[in-house]
Design a protein around this ligand. Sequence first.
Ligand SMILES: [Zn+2]
Length: 122
Amino acid sequence: MSEVVDENQLSATPETQAPQEEAKKPEVPEPKLFTTSGTPQHPELKTFLEEKLKHPYNKYCIDCKKNLSTHAVVWLGLFVCKTCAEAHRVTFGGNQYSYVKDVFGEMWDDYQLRSICFGGNL
Ligand SMILES: [Zn+2]
């Protein structure tokens, strides 16, 4: 019993894989500085933070003392302007260490809120 060889199958070239296109890098939008949340802040939280920043000592950046505070250095409980916030971020080697937050652009957890309650630019 001879096996019937299908010549077509033999000569058929194995399906050649198309050369893999160089993996396209997904377009990563430029991250907004310090903004980690797209979720709007709870009105109560916003009010609380606004009250904090109304305080004459907190109103202005503790570093340059001329710009309005827009960011908080959580681990120090201080309020700073965006320029100085960036300086903190660079100085301490990244936001994971400097722990700077955009006051109105991010969510806050209890620990962070406690920090700025005990702290402040006094
Ligand atoms: Zn400043």
